[in-house]
Ligand binder design. Sequence first.
Ligand code: DX5
Ligand code: ZN
Length: 210
Amino acid sequence: MSKLAPSILAADTMHMGMAARRIVDSGADYVHFDVMDGVFVPNISFGPALLKDMKAEIDLFFDVHLMLIDPLPYVDVFSKAGAHGVTVHVEAAHFAESIARIHALGLKAGASLRPGTPASALQEILHQLDLVLVMTVEPGFGGQTLNPAMYDKIRELRAMGFAGEIEVDGGITMDNAPMLADAGADTLVMGTTFFQAPDPALLVRQVHAL
Ligand code: DX5
Ligand code: ZN
């Protein structure tokens, strides 16, 4: 069974309450919450205030993906706002310190790899991670096309002995989802695919069936 983490980056920002409701009603597993600083990636998204307000409305696992040049000071900020899991990029400043801080706060710790960063960049820290987030597009924007070279990166992480959760993010559709699951991915982030689905509950059932 694969899990589905809808990314609210693809939601209509004028109707975030409806987006949250759509996620809950669909039976999806997590809320994928993309945070961008305009420096690590060329886009700016949401901050902790939105997370806190969404948390008050819905009872789901908040999977926070920090695309920040220096995530360390924000690990505590997003923990306080209600994150259950926090993922930081191996390419960012204070990466190892951020992972240690996420653990110290009792949250699920994830490390993300840009498409150009090899799986081997996580060699030293792999045994400390609860989750690896393999970016299947260059982070920053929704609606891009998945890079098929990332199937091998997922397999490589498994070959390195990683038994934790592998999450994939960017350009995921029901056409490539079976290949991602076969390669060893556990959790599929879907932005555009989820928010454009005519029947989101059916999409969740299809992902759960993989
Ligand atoms: C991209 C974000 C993704 C994005 C995926 O930087 O990390 O979570 O929302 O969107 P889709 O599924 O539309 O590619
Ligand atoms: Zn993301």
